[in-house]
Design a protein around this ligand. Structure first.
Ligand SMILES: C[S@@+](CC[C@H](N)C(=O)[O-])C[C@H]1O[C@@H](n2cnc3c(N)ncnc32)[C@H](O)[C@@H]1O
Length: 226
């Protein structure tokens, strides 16, 4: 169901996906080895688990290996659906979270009128996945998240604070392209997409590899704006 071409046509705007999935196919389990401390996203997922009624369904965008996030939801008794551009990551997520439902798909495939319709969700998470998109696409992806949520839906987002657009960086032996915002602009972009930010936390994080520089991670807990 995913776009297989390297270039994605998104409502007239064209975005380049070259190499992004291939990098994560190759990174595989090394991703969790390089980023073993995931306190911020574990805490954000716990917020969702506390806030959601039993039986709720959560969509994890760019689910990676499924750990810790999809696994946390599954162990808490929530239904979890994950999507990821990387076939390799989807295979790992299926192995680590056997009760989850995982699809190889592009976040853009879920846009209103896009090729993949997975229904609506009680909550959506996007931990360090929207930063893999070119900057002009991030507001579109946030609108897609809005469209995917049921009324009263919740959204947990994390990004790395950085003023960059589609910037190539070395990452665990591969090269990936990343984008980001400084914190004030990120808040503005998220609010402009129709979310109310109910909590924000910052983590300074040094990954367990010299291949990735230290970073400031921003975690936003959001709900649909009234
Ligand atoms: C930095 S990793 C984060 C993984 C996981 N969310 C976590 O925090 O552990 C980014 C993930 O997003 C996926 N990804 C990148 N671009 C994507 C896209 N356009 N659609 C869906 N997934 C994408 C990558 O394959 C990768 O698994």
């Amino acid at each position: 169901m995913s776009n297989t071409a390297d270039e994605l046509d998104y409502g007239g705007m064209r975005f380049d996906r070259t190499g992004q999935a291939e990098a994560f196919d190759a990174i595989g389990d090394h991703y969790d080895e390089a980023f073993p401390h995931k306190e911020g996203q574990v805490a954000s997922a716990e917020w969702l688990i506390r806030s959601l009624p039993a039986g709720s369904c959560v969509l994890d965008l760019g689910c990676g290996t499924g750990t810790p996030t999809a696994r946390q939801f599954a162990e808490a008794g929530l239904r979890v659906v994950g999507i990821d551009l990387s076939d390799g990551m989807v295979a790992l997520a299926r192995r680590y979270v056997p009760t989850g439902e995982f699809h190889q798909a592009d976040i853009a495939d879920l846009r209103p009128g896009g090729p993949l319709d997975l229904g609506r969700f009680d909550a959506v998470t996007a931990f360090f996945s929207l930063l893999m998109l070119p900057r002009p696409e991030i507001p579109l992806a946030l609108r897609t998240v809005h469209h995917l949520l049921l009324p009263e839906g919740l959204f947990a987002l994390s990004m790395v604070e950085a003023d960059v657009d589609d910037f190539s960086i070395p990452f665990i032996g591969k090269t990936i392209r990343v984008s980001g915002f400084l914190r004030d602009e990120l808040r503005e972009v998220v609010e402009a997409a129709g979310f109310e930010i109910v909590d924000e936390s910052l983590y300074t994080y040094a990954p367990a590899t010299v291949d990735v520089p230290p970073e400031v991670q921003i975690f936003l807990r959001c709900r649909l704006a009234a």
